[in-house]
Design a protein around this ligand. Structure first.
Ligand code: ATP
Ligand code: MG
Ligand code: MG
Ligand code: MG
Length: 474
């Protein structure tokens, strides 16, 4: 079953059960400064959960574009390392706004997985929040899940929050066993282990509280349901593979990279990591730029820039001398363009932005890498395994190396960064900037108006016109 078929199957299943299908919202959240990027299907429904917005439906389902590369949910470091994390992914979700609650949510999830998709129950496990006996009983008595397959976890795993503030609540999650021979191989490996064997596929959140900035939990007007299942993960399960990167949603991009690089996936571990990083990052970059983010030195734009520069470095490691990320856009769009037509509309624009950023960084990447390699070599001789703050700062300030890129490069050699030293250099630069600040020049403009006023010139308010008029000084 292809990713595309699964997406459609999920939405149809919930539509047949009274849910309104809602389009994915964009990756840049509107009117929500608490959020860097859309990180879950529930984001666009936040106000419905809080009881601040009424819609003409109380059940919804969607397939939401998500990016987790900063803020509360950040998987940037996991990409390339695990088989199940992406920076960009799609989250399938069903939602109840004060309509159904635990019983129905659990029944729907179990029916979809075990009847609709016919997953083998002996490979499924569930978890509930520490003291959520109600959910545990529903799993056992209503769905017949044996007690030994029901795990209980605390706040970190089974209490879901969108961010530091906002809707939240206890959750129940469903895990798939990828089978012996996968994951860490430890005899203690079980649900909850951070490896890839027991893979979390679906989270059902029982939205019950609004968390305020001081941590207080205020009950929501009506208990609600918010669920999220990664399309790439459930595709892996249905396609009988143990890595998201082997699903049809991503393989097409990896094949494209193979063709461009002349290298084969799964022949060399290091190259495989680079191919996965490039495949993942090219999706994130394509979708983010398409949704209006531009690489820059702050906020969302800086997160995008960091993702692009990581990809550029991995492209270099794979042997590419020329910009290549922009060439992956074709592969991304041919897989995702039918579900997200905006990709096709803005294809040329997106490619141009990526190529320009790749070219900008290419000028300094080689020189920065040479400096870093020299530093690592000389530190190794002296037995020190910490990169000094001045070097990190120089790479950042002169060569455009985001600090996490430097960390990523030297981690392979067993080095860490002197982050405090880097911060001290940053602070020194800020102070210097403050000292050099000679004002914005606006004082001069104010003086002109003062002189005009003193010479008797007055302005007269003549109402709001369609066009701005400069002819009102009398
Ligand atoms: P994990 O513990 O594996 O990091 P999570 O608990 O952070 O996942 P949730 O916030 O519960 O994930 O999100 C709901 C679902 O979205 C997950 O069950 C998973 O299927 C999917 N998902 C979450 N993060 C990612 C990611 N980085 N890449 C792909 N799918 C993801
Ligand atoms: Mg996570
Ligand atoms: Mg989890
Ligand atoms: Mg989870």
């Amino acid at each position: 079953m292809t990713g595309r078929e699964l997406r459609a199957k999920f939405l149809t299943f919930f539509m047949e059960r009274g849910h309104t299908i809602v389009q994915s919202s964009g990756l840049v959240p509107h009117n929500d400064p608490t959020l860097l990027f859309t990180n879950a299907g529930m984001n666009q429904f936040k106000d419905c959960f809080l009881g601040m917005e009424k819609r003409d439906y109380v059940r919804a389902a969607s397939s939401q574009k998500c990016v987790r590369a900063g803020g509360k949910h950040n998987d940037l470091e996991n990409v390339g390392r695990t088989a199940r994390h992406h920076t960009f992914f799609e989250m399938l979700g069903n939602f109840s706004f004060g309509d159904y609650f635990k019983k129905e949510a659990i029944a729907y999830a179990w029916e979809f997985l075990t009847k609709e998709l016919k997953l083998d129950k002996s490979r499924l496990y569930v978890t509930v929040y520490t003291d959520d006996d109600e959910a545990a009983e529903i799993w056992h008595q209503q769905e017949g899940v044996p007690r030994e397959r029901i795990y209980r976890f605390g706040e970190k795993d089974n209490f879901w929050s969108m961010g530091d503030t906002g809707p939240c609540g206890p959750c129940t999650e469903i895990f798939w066993d990828n089978g012996p021979g996968t994951g860490c191989g430890s005899p203690d490996c079980a649900v909850g282990c951070d490896c890839d064997r027991y893979m979390e596929i679906w989270n059902n959140v029982f939205m019950q509280f609004d968390r305020s900035a001081d941590g207080t939990l205020t009950p929501l007007p009506k208990p609600s349901v918010d669920t999220g299942m990664g399309l790439e993960r459930i595709s892996a399960v249905m396609q009988g593979v143990t890595s998201n990167y082997d699903t049809d949603l991503i393989q097409g991009i990896i094949k494209h990279i193979e063709k461009l690089s002349g290298k084969k996936y799964r022949t060399n571990d290091k190259d495989d990591v680079s191919m996965r990083v490039i495949a993942d990052h090219s999706r994130a970059v394509t979708f983010l730029i398409c949704d209006g983010v531009l690489p820059s030195n702050e906020g969302r734009g800086y997160v995008l820039r960091r993702i692009m520069r990581r990809a550029a470095r991995h492209a270099k490691m794979l042997g590419f001398a020329e910009p290549v990320l922009y060439r992956a856009v074709d592969a991304v769009n041919s897989i995702m363009g039918d579900a997200f037509p905006e990709l096709l509309e803005r294809e040329e624009y997106v490619k141009k932005v990526i190529k320009a950023e790749e070219e900008r960084f290419a000028e300094t990447l080689d020189r920065g890498l040479a400096i870093l390699n020299d530093e690592v070599a000389s530190l190794k001789k002296s037995g020190v395994h910490v990169i000094p703050g001045e070097i990190i700062f120089k790479l950042y300030d002169t060569f455009g190396f985001p600090i996490d890129l430097t960390a990523d490069i030297v981690a392979a050699e067993g080095f860490i960064l002197d982050e405090a030293g880097f911060e001290a250099c940053m602070e020194r630069q800020r102070e210097q900037a403050r000292e050099n600040w000679k004002g914005s020049g606006e004082e001069g403009i104010a003086a002109i108006f003062k002189n005009l006023h003193n010479s008797g010139v007055r302005t007269k308010f003549v109402g709001y016109g369609e066009k701005c008029s400069y002819g009102t000084v009398t």
